[in-house]
Design a protein around this ligand. Structure first.
Ligand code: NDP
Length: 330
């Protein structure tokens, strides 16, 4: 068995030296437990937060311990009646090839209902984040113009398409390369998209949304948030899902300098955590799984092979090498 441990807490941008790759024996399940051989690991931006010891919503990883994360695996040994070898389960003890877990912490998935990887992305945590953020938190309604940042990523790509399928007037995305911008418009049906590295976000957004935006789904923070406030229409909604542009910051980051516009525009800005919305899971799956099946919602994956490449996959995720969901296949 092999596992990825946190070797050191990064200062600023993480490097490969912050991780260690350790070979261990295969653990055995005790009473009430199952042994799972992991098949696919999820690579997620929130893991950057857990590498720091700053207080946050998820407990910090411990130095010298495994960096657990989302995973799909196959049960190989079971000490309970509810799971048998061969069952495929979703769980949170990833970033290792083999995991022993409390059977109650494993969720069975049906490998015939959808491609397995989808349970970590479009039909999993990132899909639910897009769905709950757009409909519940941002109160999206048909006719709205929607702007989403990180638009070619796992969450952002689904936000834009969900808005489009549900009657958005106009959907605009920003991403970090010309290829991603083309993908948003040509493959995912966005009405407009721009590369935020090409010039000031405020200018590019104003050009893409001359009549303003009603909803901003923020995955990035910083300059993007400030630009969205500038373009926001009266009574608009901002949902702050992530602020990836600031995750490596070592100094306090500047607030949006134009926050004062909240008064005249009476806009709403709300943070969200997907874990508050797990009750929406059945509704989300009932609505979104058929759209994925019939191709109305498309999803991409960037798949890296081998557990030893998981640290590099994580650095690449922060650097924008992924289109859609970043995964490690074991
Ligand atoms: P993505 O698939 O979007 O991958 C991260 C992307 O962020 C990269 O591909 C890169 O794309 C972009 N990025 C990196 N640095 C910057 C920067 N400085 N400025 C702008 N873009 C940058 O990841 P997810 O879809 O998993 O997550 C998206 C966001 O949602 C993250 O902020 C994450 O923390 C948040 N999140 C929040 C949840 C919640 O419950 N609140 C749950 C899940 C995710 P590019 O090439 O475009 O730069």
């Amino acid at each position: 068995a092999t596992e990825i441990r946190l070797a050191a807490r990064p200062q600023g941008a993480p490097t490969l030296d912050d991780f260690s790759i350790v070979d261990t024996g295969v653990p055995a399940p005790g009473p009430g437990e199952i042994l799972v051989r992991n098949l696919v690991l999820s690579v997620d931006p929130y893991m950057r937060g857990r590498m720091s010891d700053a207080k946050s919503y998820a407990a910090p990883y411990e130095v010298g311990k495994v960096m657990h994360g989302g995973a799909l695996g196959e049960v190989v040994e079971s000490a309970v009646d509810t799971f048998k070898p061969g069952d495929v389960v979703l769980h949170q003890l990833g970033w290792r090839t083999h995991a022993v877990l409390d059977a109650k912490a494993a969720v069975r998935v049906d490998p015939d209902a959808a491609p397995l990887n989808a349970y970590l992305g479009v039909l999993g945590m990132t899909g639910l984040t897009a769905y709950s953020g757009l409909f519940d938190v941002a109160a999206f309604k048909a006719g709205d113009t929607v702007f989403v940042s990180g638009a070619a990523g796992a969450v952002g790509s689904i936000v834009g398409q969900l808005a489009k399928v549900n009657g958005a007037r106009r959907v605009i995305g920003s991403a970090g390369s010309a290829g991603k911008v083309r993908h948003l418009v040509d493959d995912l049906g966005f009405d407009a998209a721009f590369n935020y590295k090409d010039g000031p976000v405020a200018d590019q957004l104003r050009e893409a949304a001359p009549e303003g935006i009603d909803v901003y789904f923020d995955n990035v923070g910083g300059e993007h948030l400030e630009a969205a406030i500038d373009s926001l229409n009266l009574h608009g909604h901002i949902v702050v899902c992530g602020m990836i542009s600031q995750y490596n910051a070592t100094e306090p980051t500047p607030a949006p300098r134009n926050l004062g516009q909240v008064i005249a525009k009476r806009f709403t800005l709300r943070g969200m955590l997907v874990s508050d919305h797990f009750d929406l899971q059945p509704k989300f799956l009932a609505e979104v799984a058929p759209l994925v099946r019939d191709g109305s919602i498309k999803y991409s994956e960037t798949v890296v092979d081998g557990i030893r490449n998981a640290p590099q996959a994580f650095l690449d995720l922060l650097g924008g090498a992924n289109t859609g969901k970043m995964l490690v296949r074991l």
